[in-house]
Design a protein around this ligand. Structure first.
Ligand code: CUA
Length: 155
């Protein structure tokens, strides 16, 4: 088979770029210890329902007046199914998955993180506007992905 010289140069360039990208990702993951975004802790995905505080998902008030919300994502829903948040509350969300990669996104708030099994994703937000917020999974996670939505009510 004859390959034109220009095409051979272009193919070599393309393959070299792929090799560079792969080496970059591998270096970042292995050498620099890069982990999924906003993850600070690890958790055994098979034991989430027995691991406090994920054994009681929901909103918890802290002594300093702020809040922590613990969420468990699994195909195809979130726990808790509904969250009631007082107006003005500063909430730090801790989210983990028991099965596959999910997303945790509340449009128009800046809350948006990947949820990786084995990791706890963290994201914070201060709810200054009352209303019903939509919480959606924005990572394709299977046949029921489009059903994976929930509500956060601020009042
Ligand atoms: Cu969970 Cu898409």
């Amino acid at each position: 088979m004859h390959i034109h010289r220009s095409e051979r140069i272009w193919l070599t360039f393309g393959l070299a770029m792929m090799a560079v990208f792969l080496a970059t990702i591998t270096t970042a993951a292995v050498v620099d210890g890069i982990v999924p975004p906003s993850n600070v802790q690890t958790i055994d995905p098979a034991k989430v329902s027995q691991t406090p505080p994920f054994d009681h998902p929901g909103l918890h008030k802290l002594a300093n007046g702020s809040y922590e919300a613990y969420y468990v994502a699994h195909i195809f829903s979130f726990e808790p199914h509904h969250l009631s948040v007082p107006l003005g509350a500063h909430v730090t969300f801790y989210v983990t998955s028991t099965d596959v990669e999910h997303g945790f996104s509340v449009p128009e708030t800046g809350i948006n993180t990947m949820v990786t099994p084995g990791w706890v994703s963290t994201v914070s937000h201060t709810f200054t506007k009352p209303g019903k917020y939509l919480l959606v999974c924005n990572e394709y996670c299977g046949a029921g992905h489009q059903l994976m939505a929930d509500a956060i009510e601020v009042r």
